[in-house]
Design a protein around this ligand. Structure first.
Ligand code: NI
Length: 176
């Protein structure tokens, strides 16, 4: 397993639609997921999509560990989600700050649907089917957007709420 280079915004590979995974339980898929986990943990990210390391497949990972410094952020179990399908369960949208490992050092306010259902498979091909809300719903929408070639600034409505983390949050040591 290895930490891989994360592509940055401007790279055309981030704007492509990813292909579905057709075969589970392969050495290649396990190696890809291992590299994605190593890369996300190394960079302290909350999520990562395969296209961000230049792999054109519908694989995303995400995890929010419980952090006593951010008691309001609900933890999300480490999830490997393959060939995801997203269903919006509400017309309600909520705007909050997002960051992305492909836009290092930046933050933007992004509107997202508050309640979603997502389905897909884990690395072994087992079905995943969850109904989630709040930050979990936001993270899933952000990561699955990567599989459609969509980066969060493309979802923003108010670009006055877009800038460098160190300027917007000068008192917080926020990681990507
Ligand atoms: Ni991202």
């Amino acid at each position: 397993m290895a930490v891989r280079e994360v592509l940055k915004m401007g790279d055309p590979r981030l704007l492509q639609k990813a292909r579905p995974v057709e075969e589970f339980r392969t050495a290649e898929l396990r190696a890809l997921i291992g590299d994605m986990l190593d890369t996300m943990h190394h960079l302290h990210g909350a999520g990562l999509a395969a296209p961000q390391i230049g792999v054109d497949l519908q694989v995303v990972i995400f995890e929010i560990a419980r952090n006593p410094r951010y008691p309001d952020v609900e933890p999300i179990p480490l999830t490997v989600l393959i060939n995801p399908e997203l269903e919006y369960l509400s017309d309600e949208q909520d705007e909050d700050w997002e960051g992305c490992l492909s836009l290092p050092g930046l933050r933007g306010r992004v509107p997202r649907c508050t309640h979603v259902r997502y389905r897909g498979h884990d690395a072994e091909g087992h079905a995943i089917d969850r109904i989630v809300q709040g930050f979990h719903a936001r993270v899933v929408q952000h990561e699955t957007d990567h599989l459609q070639g969509v980066l969060y600034p493309m979802r923003m409505r108010d670009h006055s709420k877009f800038g460098f983390t160190e300027v917007i949050f000068p008192h917080l040591a926020i990681v990507e």
